[in-house]
Design a protein around this ligand. Sequence first.
Ligand code: MG
Ligand code: MG
Length: 300
Amino acid sequence: MREVADQAPKWSGAPGPAGAGKAGNDDCDPHGGAGAVMARRGIILKSAREIERMRAAGRVVHAVLARMQELALPGVTTAQLNMAAEEIISSAGGTALFKGVRNPQARFPFPAALCTSVNEELVHGIPGERALCEGDIVGVDCGVRLDGYCADSATTIAVGRVSPQAQHLLEVTRRALELAIGLVRPGRKWSEVAKAIQRFVEGENLAVVRDFVGHGIGRDMHEEPKVPNYWDDRQKRAEFELAPRMVLAIEPMVNLGTAAVDYADDDRWVVVTRDRKLSAHFEHTVAVTDGAADVLTDGR
Ligand code: MG
Ligand code: MG
């Protein structure tokens, strides 16, 4: 990608244009709030019923990621992981969100249900014949649409025994996501959460990725707003206030070395760290409630 610093951040998952501005159409909602669009930022608020549909999609995503925890062993190929994911998604009656997604920068549509990103690969790794090795870390990112509604979640798995550095990276990235979820409440500005993620990660001598960010999610995989994991003066346009019935894919991406990233090759899908050191990624789809956060991809 050869990013320039002032370039707009990309969404993670499988990048594409945001579906901002489209209203939802669940007109059966007893609360009358279905498809409401927040005037300022094109953020589509969801009804209680829509959120339950997203939770149902989230259960399928959770089942996929739980299975990946069992399968991601030395000798298993990333294509085998993808095949298992596709079976779980189709037997649940869902469709894989990432498969066939077009990215204007990439040479072909994304070919798989799962992104499998090994070691220095950050996001958008393409499953193939690569066999996992003892000591690898593999990020698995999965999105599902079920009955018209989407959910998106990712985790990074240690393959066998990993180095203490790798273990620290996984632990910090997972805790960064938990910290962010714990800060979600109506009225809070996203900049407060982003600053807290960044402060925590940098306090552990690790780097937060700037070039890819989280996103709103609903009927579309990528909706407004952008959900960055860091904050600086250039991020002011990204500011928004958390409000009930907003649903966000929160997804910190953390690097062992530099925050800078590149594409791995001319296909322009697989994103790697510029210094080829390890990267980790954890993600949940989270609804803002009247009180706090409701995680839709934790399998409950
Ligand atoms: Mg994702
Ligand atoms: Mg995502």
